[in-house]
Design a protein around this ligand. Sequence first.
Ligand SMILES: NC(=O)c1ccc[n+]([C@@H]2O[C@H](COP(=O)([O-])OP(=O)(O)OC[C@H]3O[C@@H](n4cnc5c(N)ncnc54)[C@H](OP(=O)(O)O)[C@@H]3O)[C@@H](O)[C@H]2O)c1
Length: 278
Amino acid sequence: MTGSTGLIGSRIQELLYKDLSFIPLLQSHVDITDNSSVKDFIVKNDFDIMLHLAGYTNVDLAEKERDLCEKINVTGTRNVFNAVKNKGKKFIYISTDFVFDGKTPPFYEDSTPSPIGWYAKTKYKGEKVVGKDAMIVRISYPYRASFDQKKDLVRAIKSNLEEGKKLSMISDTMITPTFIDDVAHSLKYLVEHFSNEVFHIVGSENHTPYEAAIKIAEVFKLDKSLIGKTTFDEFYKDNKIRSKQSIIKSKKNNFWKMKSLEEGLNEIKKQLAQPHQT
Ligand SMILES: NC(=O)c1ccc[n+]([C@@H]2O[C@H](COP(=O)([O-])OP(=O)(O)OC[C@H]3O[C@@H](n4cnc5c(N)ncnc54)[C@H](OP(=O)(O)O)[C@@H]3O)[C@@H](O)[C@H]2O)c1
């Protein structure tokens, strides 16, 4: 697995380590942009499937750090993919709802991508690098109970409300929040039933960010009056690198029931109350 120290990869490992045996490719040992060390690592290690999560993931900074973002998301993906293909092993590429432009929702596995921002463009280029010789799993606004290194949308909203900060949340766009634990369980199925196809592993409901914030306040009993409304145009002004309607759905996921935001938040509440149980 690449990206095993990240928001999503670390939770996948935490939840599935009893079922699957992971060999992490750590950036501290192997930079995926360095082709010869990638090749060396892949040749030396014995595995069945490469789960490729490593990426440049800062959507806003990507507009400024275009070369670095492209190097990691495209060249890095190509390096890992080619080495794995040469070894005759399977490949799973983790991609994003951001490959869609939001103009004709909903977006299914067979919808045509048309990315807007630089990060999204590089993730789509990564999809094209692996093409039909890999499984592509697109996820969307992932969140989990805890991860000190990086906030997701849910924990960013929750901690701001806990600190009594006023929030201005967009009420005229849609997002599809996805509970990371569901991504992990779905991946277990997909690893065991591998095929070179595209899958959308996404939450079961779509919300405006405003509705999502209200749900977070309700579940965690925080002050809803801190949450105000804004519009996409007002919030992002000239920085329109996200799609307005990220309504992403799956025609293929008949193997794992994805949680709604409310169900995911209630599960997080349970996990936080019993931190030693997953
Ligand atoms: N987070 C989201 O909202 C979201 C949504 C949809 C799809 N995705 C996709 O899901 C995947 C995982 O996202 P995430 O949020 O878990 O990422 P993350 O928390 O930002 O972690 C990125 C991971 O990539 C590793 N990495 C970065 N550059 C590397 C390099 N040059 N060589 C080797 N490893 C490198 C990092 O290692 P270090 O810890 O050493 O830096 C870290 O493990 C990404 O491909 C992302 O595009 C994310």
